[in-house]
Design a protein around this ligand. Structure first.
Ligand SMILES: [Zn+2]
Length: 417
């Protein structure tokens, strides 16, 4: 009681109460009445919103300064421990669901299972396995003079050559429990061995990955930075474009035609442009990040105004952009893209719930959904940066259980009725 609820998929502020029972939201509004034996909590004017969803998470990323920290400097057991640690951190920061878009070994899937079975605390996970890549592609951080022609098996990406290997890998990942397929269509500014403008896969390989996944009814997240990569991924029906830095007219048309969702991870790139120098990155490289960020912002703005669905993704876990920084995405959308606070908050709640096909269970504060809630001292519709402040978090609830913070106890048992 005594709270503002951002209710429904539209996040409409409603004064009143939220009734919770059996891990679910029973009712929302002013007319909610306590039953006999109900515990009543005075939230003292706090704001209740749905638990957050990070659509571009890598649970294994922790304290990453540069790409070699992701795999070559850490063993698989260390990466697993990082993922267990991060799962708890994300939950405490209000993320009750994440989509893991690339892991080493099969850590993302195993963490998902461990959380689902109650073995460890963490958000609900929808997991991809290793990123499907190729020699010299997105996930090949492995210099030829060290690795020769031996692909590194324990990295963030697995390598295929040709459509047959692509299809075989998709099937193996499904056998091993992946919910999503992640494919590296273009390179990235963060891999000097395969920059953003390079095609990480041939068009035929990319098509084979997407076709095989769809044949098995599994969605595909496509890492695509260049216009060509966005066009190839979108025209073959990938469910999401990750990053989409250089979206042009043709690739945008293709995204519209195929109903593709954009997961920009704008704030992560913005962090490099704004905070690059303090990260110890040379000025010439920071300037490059700034130019990338300008293109990226323009691409996201055009996509948003063309009606493309946008979901917030962190790509976080860097030393200067730790897990949970996905909330900065919302501020970037308001400041740079022209979203209203409500639209920006939807990219963290109902939009990804719909993308993950779990909007009947989560993504909004509605009767019948799971009680996944984030309770804040202030209303993020008035200032979205509230989400970035630890001291603004009152508590986090997952399926009706408080997993971080404390319910402000009212201390009285209410009258019957
Ligand atoms: Zn990523």
């Amino acid at each position: 009681m005594n709270c503002t609820v951002l209710a429904g998929s539209e996040l409409k502020p409603v004064q009143g109460k939220v009734a919770i029972g059996d891990g679910e939201i029973q009712a929302v509004g002013v007319d909610v009445r306590a039953e006999h034996d109900d515990a009543v909590y005075d939230l003292k004017g706090a704001t209740v919103m749905p638990g957050l969803i990070d659509s571009h998470c890598h649970l294994i990323y922790r304290d990453v300064v540069e790409p070699y920290d992701i795999e070559l400097r850490k063993s698989l057991p260390e990466a697993t421990i990082d993922a267990v640690f991060n799962a708890q951190v994300l939950l405490q920061k209000g993320f009750t669901t994440v989509r893991d878009v690339g892991s080493r070994g099969n850590i993302g899937v195993e963490i998902r299972n461990a959380i689902r079975n109650g073995g460890i605390p963490g958000p609900r996970v929808r997991a991809a396995a290793q990123i499907i890549s190729a020699p010299g592609g997105l996930g090949d951080f492995h210099p030829s003079h060290i690795f020769e022609d031996h692909p590194y098996r324990y990295g963030l990406a697995a390598q295929i050559v040709g459509p047959h290997e692509a299809r075989a890998l998709v099937r193996r990942q499904l056998k091993d429990g992946a919910d999503w397929i992640k494919v590296g269509v273009s390179g990235t500014g963060f891999n000097p061995l395969c920059p953003a403008e390079r095609n990480g896969l041939s068009d035929i390989e990319c098509r084979a990955v997407i076709e095989e996944a769809h044949q098995q009814s599994i969605p595909v997240a496509a890492h695509a930075e260049s216009a060509h990569a966005v066009r190839v991924a979108a025209s073959n029906g990938a469910e999401t474009i990750e990053h989409g830095i250089y979206i042009d007219d043709v690739s945008l048309e293709s995204m519209i035609e195929h109903g593709v969702t954009l997961s920009p991870t704008l704030a992560m790139y913005r962090a490099f442009a704004i905070r690059g120098q303090s990260m110890g990155i040379p000025m010439s490289i920071v300037d490059g990040h700034k130019r990338t960020h300008e293109h990226h912002t323009e691409s996201v703005r055009r996509a948003f105004h063309a009606g493309i669905r946008i979901v917030a993704g962190g790509d976080a876990g860097l030393r200067h952009f730790p897990q949970g920084s996905c909330v900065e995405e919302v501020a970037a959308y308001v400041e740079l893209i022209g979203m209203t606070p409500q639209q920006a908050l939807q990219t963290l709640t109902i939009n990804p719930a719909r993308l993950l096909c779990i909007d009947k269970e989560v993504g909004s504060v509605d009767a019948g959904k799971k009680a996944d809630l984030l309770v804040l001292t202030d209303n993020p519709l008035l200032d979205v940066t509230v989400l970035q402040r630890t001291e603004s978090r009152v508590f986090v609830m997952q399926s009706g259980a408080v997993v971080d913070g404390r319910l402000p106890l009212c201390g009285s048992v209410p009258p019957v009725g």
